[in-house]
Design a protein around this ligand. Structure first.
Ligand code: ARG
Ligand code: ZN
Length: 867
């Protein structure tokens, strides 16, 4: 509905001003309370806001309120005409007294808001997104996270189109307003920053439930969706209740309002948003049933629902002082949701998945032109800093603190942090200090993890003295230079380490926690009578790159006997890397150890299916590239394909047997999910060994599937094959799901991820498919994001993939800069590619930077990528 409308104002020229952490100053004015009156209409919404402001400190400065694409219709101070001017986008009001009521009225066009920040329309629903700086698109306001207010919101709207009116906090009154209008009044008793404000109006239906908190309070829960989607909300509701219980049991955190609402919308820039008492979600993280969602969709829903719920404490009750502190809430909350998911299923497999994400997304970021510390020092556009570094590396920092302090002291630390800072806007430093104060452990050196960017590199070498029955472990660390940072100090790296007898396969002594805090160190182990295997950085206790000097046969043995599942998995992956890297540089390598390990995995009756599927999955092409001096996409692809077909042809029968085992689609137990996962991994390897047989098995799996996991797994295999079954399956999938936008996203994504020579052509065509739209972030990312992640196809030597991506970025930038900017990093690692491709990528980045009317968001990412 918004497609034909143009916003009344042309976008302002981007001001590319850098903001620095060191410039932080407390706000000049505080806003203890806010009353909003909102007359909602997609074509013309008016917002009357009354800010109670108080002077903060002894100064004579005017009140400066941020606005974005807002024009004031009226400004009053204490009911009188005010003395105000516009300074750029800011409304500057001169106030003589130390407290005043500042009233402003503005008009907006939600239907024309294509940036999906502020108040916008999504499929007939009006909703808001304010983090980080979206509130200024609704009302003039300081719009910084250290200004906390109590909100009272009166919403008025057409009852027929918008029968449901929601905002933060509690519904205190509602009624008819005449002329088909109705109104609702919502008060939120908890002071909050403006980024946590939310409002929703729409024709929504609730899935209602209740939760009794640990102190016996009753909370009404509701998940609001379109009527037709109600049957798909059961899993999100179950996840919410599980998360609420888990946070009580694990962190002692109880929910604090009488209502908790979740709303699903189709057009959303990110995953979801933790607005106080009214979480707003991208519908892909709410809606699921066995026919339309895969097991990993189900798991992601549980993880995101938990994440947003956990923010109620780590984010809402204790918020961030400024946006440089973003990881205070995001790193901590990611760690909390990772721990929750680990407790709900297999902790080992969850850890493997989390580390895979870290390595695939954060390590490259930390090694590239956009590298920044977990607590950044400077930004041009804060939205560009919702990164894997702030989120996922941030979560690793919290995990390391728990490892260093131990579970009990860590919990004391989190209790102290919540107690001390409840109701405040805090800093990363406050968090670390609470951990220190509660434990008595000095985290002085550990703090470097917040300020130094780059993934540490650890070298390890173990030697054995049979006569003395000792082993000596030599360790060293270095931290690579990153933009603006050189000559870094050694950091504190917690390395969980054990020795295992290579003959007996039994652990030698206890596992140790080595705290590597110097550039080099030596650790001695006694009582080592047989040659030891080195099991180091178990459970990935430190987020580092590790280079271990291995003896012949050591990895093979570790992949077989290491009782730490993560380390065992790692040993198997290292075996694969050896073959893959040799292959990619044109050397012959012995595939026998990899095949033997894969065989051992397949026939094992102690390993569970989910772990087996991890152990049988080869490192992604991008991860192989990360270990090469230059990324050579063609050579990597060939090498990986060769190994896959070797495994597939050697182990064809065992793989076929694993593929033949299924689990009932409605069964969402970890075991059933593991069986399905193994099934599609086996199918994929089987097809690599014997494409004809693989295509037939895939088509059969596709046709007989009673769940989306099997169906998508089969389609993923067919996608890269040249067989008649391929087209038949894609057509059938399209016809069946063309009206279900979340599933149609998969149809786009699978074709964009296909490893075929014609993928670029297919993708270009799909960009003008009638079901493709740049207005919906999910659809755009399904096609463009998946294609850019398809290393072999994206890096086509002609440069056609780069041109396509740059065109798509520039196209979407004019309507939604946040979506555009997030994709720039796919071009940004040009220096890692061989020179011909690097030059082509660089040229596209230059074309982007030189485009007129570029957003600040894309400008920052593209210009930093060229620097
Ligand atoms: N706080 C939200 C979450 O992680 C994400 C908000 C993203 N905002 C942004 N401007 N990128 O749960
Ligand atoms: Zn978050």
């Amino acid at each position: 509905m918004s497609d034909t409308l143009v916003h009344p104002e042309a976008p302002a020229a981007p001001e590319h001003v850098a903001i620095h952490r060191k410039d932080y100053r407390p706000p000049d004015w505080l806003v203890p309370s806010i009353a909003l009156e909102v007359d909602l209409d997609p074509q013309r919404t008016t917002v009357r806001s009354r800010l109670m402001v108080t002077r903060n400190g002894d100064h004579g400065r005017a009140l400066r309120l941020a606005g974005d694409e807002l024009t004031p219709l009226e400004v009053r101070v204490d009911g009188d005409d005010a003395d105000w001017v516009m300074d750029g986008n800011d409304l500057v009001v001169t106030i003589e007294r130390d407290r005043a009521e500042v009233e402003t009225t503005v008009a907006l066009v939600p239907a024309a808001n294509t940036k999906l920040m502020g108040l916008y329309a999504s499929g007939g629903i009006l909703c808001t997104q304010c983090e980080s700086e979206g509130f200024r698109r609704i009302a003039f306001h300081p719009d910084r996270p250290d200004v906390l207010s109590v909100y009272s919101v009166r919403m008025t709207a057409d009852r027929a189109c918008f029968p449901v009116l929601l905002a933060n906090g509690n519904l205190v009154a509602a009624g008819e307003a005449g002329g088909g209008l109705h109104w609702a009044q919502w008060d939120d008793p908890f002071p909050k920053p403006s980024y946590l404000f939310a409002m929703v109006a729409g024709d929504l239906q609730p899935n209602r439930d209740r939760f009794t908190t640990m102190s016996g309070r009753e909370v009404e829960l509701a998940i609001w969706v379109r009527q037709i989607d109600l049957p798909k909300t059961a899993h999100a509701m179950a996840s919410l209740k599980a998360a609420m219980r888990w946070d009580e049991e694990t962190y002692g955190r109880e929910y604090d309002l009488d209502l908790f609402n979740i709303v699903a919308v189709d057009d959303f820039n990110f995953g979801a948003m933790e607005n106080k008492g009214l979480n707003i979600f991208n519908s892909r993280y709410v809606l699921a049933d066995q026919d339309t969602a895969t097991d990993s969709d189900f798991d992601n829903i549980a993880g995101v629902v938990a994440h947003e719920y956990f923010h109620n404490w780590s984010g809402d009750r204790v918020t961030c002082r400024d946006w440089f502190q973003l990881s205070l809430k995001e790193g901590f909350t990611v760690f909390r949701d990772q721990s929750f998911s680990a407790d709900m299923g297999s902790a080992a497999v969850k850890r493997i998945d989390d580390v895979r994400v870290l390595r695939a997304a954060q390590f490259p970021e930390d090694a590239g032109p956009l590298a920044h510390p977990v607590r950044p020092e400077t930004y041009i556009e804060i939205t560009n800093f919702y990164t894997a570094t702030v989120y996922n590396k941030g979560a690793e920092l919290i995990r390391m603190m728990r490892t260093i302090l131990g579970d009990e002291a860590y919990r004391k630390g989190s209790d102290l942090y919540f107690d001390r800072h409840d109701g405040q806007a805090a800093t990363c430093e406050d968090f670390v200090r609470a951990m220190e104060d509660a434990s008595g452990v000095d985290l002085g050196q550990f703090r470097l993890w917040y300020s130094q960017a780059g993934t540490p590199l650890v070298d390890a070498r173990l030697s054995h003295d049979r006569d003395a029955a000792t082993a000596t472990l030599e360790l060293s660390q270095s931290i690579p230079d990153t933009p603006g940072q050189t000559g870094k100090a050694p950091m504190l790296l917690p390395l969980r380490t054990a020795l295992i007898g290579s003959d007996s396969g039994e652990p030698i002594g206890e596992e140790r926690l080595i705290l590597l805090g110097t550039a080099t160190t030596t650790v001695r182990f006694d009582g080592v009578t047989e040659p030891p295997l080195l099991s180091i950085n178990r459970d990935f206790s430190a987020p580092v790159n590790l280079r271990v000097e291995r003896r012949d046969g050591e990895l093979e043995r570790l992949a077989e006997v290491d009782p730490d599942p993560f380390a065992r998995y790692e040993a198997g992956q290292e075996l694969m890397y050896r073959v893959l890297l040799a292959g990619a540089s044109g050397e012959a390598a012995d595939t026998a150890p990899v095949i033997a390990a894969a065989r051992g995995t397949l026939v094992s009756d102690t390993l569970d299916p989910a772990f087996k599927s991890e152990a049988l999955s080869l490192p992604a092409e991008s991860l192989i590239g990360d270990r090469m001096q230059w990324v050579d996409p063609e050579a990597i692809h060939r090498s990986r394909d060769t190994l896959r077909s070797a495994i597939g042809s050697e182990l064809g029968e065992l793989l076929a047997a694993a593929q033949a085992v299924g689990a009932a689609g409605h069964d969402l137990s970890p075991k059933a999910k593991g069986i399905r996962r193994l099934r599609s991994v086996a199918l994929s390897l089987m097809a690599a060994g014997d494409p004809l047989r693989g295509a037939a098995a895939a088509k059969a799996q596709f046709d007989l599937a009673d769940n989306m996991t099997d169906r998508q797994g089969a389609l993923l295999v067919l996608a890269s094959l040249d067989s008649p079954e391929r087209e038949a399956a894609f057509d059938a999938f399209y016809i069946r799901y063309r009206d279900d936008s979340l599933v149609l996203d998969k149809w786009f994504a699978l074709q964009a991820a296909a490893q075929r020579l014609d993928t670029i052509e297919v993708v270009e065509k799909l960009a003008s498919h009638p079901d493709f739209t740049v207005r919906n972030p999910n659809r755009w990312r399904a096609l463009v994001g998946n294609f850019a992640a398809n290393q072999w196809c994206f890096h086509d030597p002609s440069g056609r993939g780069y041109r396509f991506l740059a065109d798509m970025i520039l196209g979407v930038d004019r309507i939604n800069p946040q979506v555009a900017a997030r994709q720039v990093s796919s071009l940004g690692r040009w220096r890692r590619l061989e020179p011909v491709r690097a030059a082509l990528m660089q040229a596209e980045l230059e074309r982007i930077v030189q485009s007129p009317g570029l957003s600040r968001d894309v400008f920052e990412q593209a210009s930093k990528s060229l620097a």
